[in-house]
Structure formats: C-alpha cells, structure tokens
Write a protein that binds this ligand. Structure first.
Ligand code: ATP
Length: 345
C-alpha cells in the first residue's frame, strides 16, 4: 500500500467514479433488505446475516443482512437511534450480538484475536483521551500497538494536524480532537476502517480534506464503513449506502440509485403529449418545460427520450426546459418517512 499522502484529486470525482465502477446493486424498501452481494462471499470484507441486538428487551437491530466488498466505501445512514452504532460496534467486536452470523475479514468479531484487531482501524463516535499527551505522542502511542504502523508525522500531515503535533490534547478544539481520533484510526495501516460519524465538528475545509484522505485510503485498497448524518458526505464518498431505520435496513444502493421507486406519476394530466408516458418503473427524473398554456412537467425514468420527443414535437428550442433528478437527501427523507409511517400503522 502506498504510504500516506493526501491525494490531490477531488474526493467527489473519485467517489462517484468508484460508485459507478463497483457493483452497486440497489435494493428497495421492505422489512428485510439484503445489501446484495456484489460478488462472491470470499471477496467480502464484511458479511452479515440476520443480525439482531436487543437492549433490555428493546430491539436496536432487527435482523439485518449486509455484504461489503473489499475496497468499498460503504456509508450507513439513518436517523438517531436507528441502530448504526450498535451494528458497527458488533462488527468491530466491541459489542455482543444476540443472533445472526457475522464475518469481518474472514473472522467472527466476537471471537477474534489480537492479530485480527491489528487489521482493523476504529474511529468510534465518542473517544476517551488523555489530555496531557501531545498530538504526536498520542498517535505514536497507538501506532506502537500495530505491527506495521504508518509514520506518525505522515499521519498528522494527512489529517491536517502537523502544526499541532506538539500541542497537548486538552488545548485542542473539538474538530481538532476529532482529527486526532481519525489519525489514531488510520495509524495502524488498517485493511478495514470503521468510522462512526467521523466529521462531526469539522469545519467545511477540514471535511473536504478528510474526504480526500478517505478517498485516498480507499484507492490504496482500504475498505471503509462509515456512518454519517451528512448526506453530501455519503454521496461524495460512498460507492454504496445503506439506510437503517428502526433497526432494519430499508434500502441499499449506490447514492445515485438509492431508493428508486416504482412511482410513475406525472403532476400534469397531459402525459400523452410528445413527452410520452413515463415509462413504467423507476420514474426518478422530472422533465419540465413551458407549453403555450403554462408549465408542464412529467416524471420519467428516461429523461433523454422524453427530451428528444419534446424536441421533435417543438422543432425548435424548448422554452423553460429543465431536467431534475432527486438528490440522495430527497430519497433518504422519503425512505425514512415511509418507514416511520409503516411503523405507526
Ligand atoms: P445515532 O445516530 O444517534 O448515533 P444510532 O443509529 O447509532 O443513533 P444506536 O446508538 O445504535 O443508534 O442505538 C439504537 C437503539 O439502541 C436506540 O434506541 C438506543 O437508545 C438504544 N441503545 C444504544 N445503546 C444502548 C445501551 N448501551 N443500552 C440501552 N440501549 C441502548
């Protein structure tokens, strides 16, 4: 693996390219969604079947399946209390499960040994730190636990803490402390990195820099499982995302494909004009234009065909033409809303 260097490429480009190049099977809302295996189990960094966890009789994880391919960046999304941290802690071997099969880098985390631990990196949601250590001491202290650690100064450079190397932890800001957590997570050169809400408290510039760092690690072959409440972060970085709600995986897919619906609706009765019918399934784009009697719009799975048909009919520029696709945030909110409505019924 190449050593640490913050890549100059934009994480956005890298992430999106990865999203299209990797198998991004998309699944749809339901009670038991399987994060469909992109390839054989042997290639999976993480394989989960029927994972369940209860706390004092209350269900936190209600039977989830998940396959994460080696080298993939997978983002676990979901509202507060959805079960993300519980799931990730079980995969890290930090929490016991009640039921289900779990394989992480070929081992059951509940029984994994020290050699297995050295192959994973963890950035937990909350961290206990020793405030009297300097940033450099902290990172090199953790590096010493690993057989082949990265150079401390290169790690500090990668997370943007070179200037604070000699500063005691108690003097750092919240965002700087979070970067120390990330540095500790990657210093052991992990094959698999767990990041639980890694950029909480980062300023926008630090988040961009972090995205570049994560994309660079993935390009070097590190598998990454992250949870985040920032949907732009998931859309930029992840090859696939999974949405957890009420302990169930309600959708899995590429950020672009996530939550494709069978909805096939128009918000205009005039769907028999040149724009055509909306094509059956996956009506995820909206084509709008100005007709003689006002604005028209149609939802379609084939916006290019729709625009071509409109252009043929118009024979000239189509006034007010726009094509919009739902963002990951639109889809996420739809899925969570549907899940909450289902739970209330
Ligand atoms: P957030 O986005 O707020 O971090 P999350 O998706 O990570 O949420 P979890 O922390 O996994 O969710 O919590 C799932 C459910 O389990 C919640 O209802 C939470 O209250 C409960 N829970 C989590 N940890 C414990 C615990 N140690 N004891 C009892 N209940 C817990």
């Amino acid at each position: 693996m190449a050593d640490m260097a913050v890549p100059t490429s934009q994480a956005g480009t890298t992430g999106q390219a990865r999203a299209t190049s990797q198998a991004g099977t998309s699944s749809q809302a339901g009670t038991s969604i399987r994060a469909a295996a992109p390839s054989e189990a042997a290639q999976c960094a993480i394989r989960v079947r029927g994972l369940r966890k209860q706390y004092q009789g209350a269900t936190a994880v209600a039977g989830i399946d998940l396959d994460i391919e080696r080298g993939e960046i997978f983002a676990l999304l979901g509202p507060n209390g959805a079960g993300k941290t519980t799931t990730i802690e079980i995969l890290e071997g930090h929490r016991r499960r009640d039921a289900g099969e779990v394989s992480v880098l070929g081992a059951d985390p509940a029984r994994a040994d020290r050699a297995w631990r050295a192959r994973i990196g963890v950035v937990p949601q909350t961290q206990t730190r020793t405030g009297e250590l300097t940033v450099r001491e902290m990172v090199s202290h953790f590096g010493a636990y690993f057989p082949d650690p990265r150079e401390t100064d290169k790690v500090l450079d990668a997370v943007g803490l070179s200037k604070q190397a000699g500063t005691r932890l108690r003097r750092l800001s919240g965002g700087q402390l979070r970067r120390v957590d990330v540095a500790v997570g990657i210093v052991g050169r992990p094959e698999l990195l767990f990041l639980d809400e890694p950029t909480t408290g980062f300023d926008p510039q630090a988040r961009r820099r972090f995205w570049d760092l994560i994309a660079g690690l993935a390009d070097d072959g590190t598998t990454i499982l992250l949870t985040t409440h920032y949907l732009d972060e998931a859309a930029t970085l992840a090859s696939r995302v999974g949405v957890l709600a009420g302990g169930r995986m309600v959708a899995v897919g590429t950020p672009a494909d996530l939550g494709r619906t069978d909805a096939d609706s128009t918000n205009d009765a005039d769907s028999t004009n040149a724009a055509g019918g909306t094509g059956g399934t996956d009506a995820t784009s909206t084509v709008s234009w100005r007709a003689a009697d006002g604005m028209r719009s149609v939802r379609t799975a084939t916006p290019t065909q729709c625009v071509l048909a409109l252009a043929r009919e118009a024979g000239t520029e189509i006034p007010g033409l726009t094509v919009t696709r739902p963002s990951l945030e639109d889809r996420y909110l739809e899925l969570i809303g549907a899940s909450e409505n289902g739970a209330e019924r």
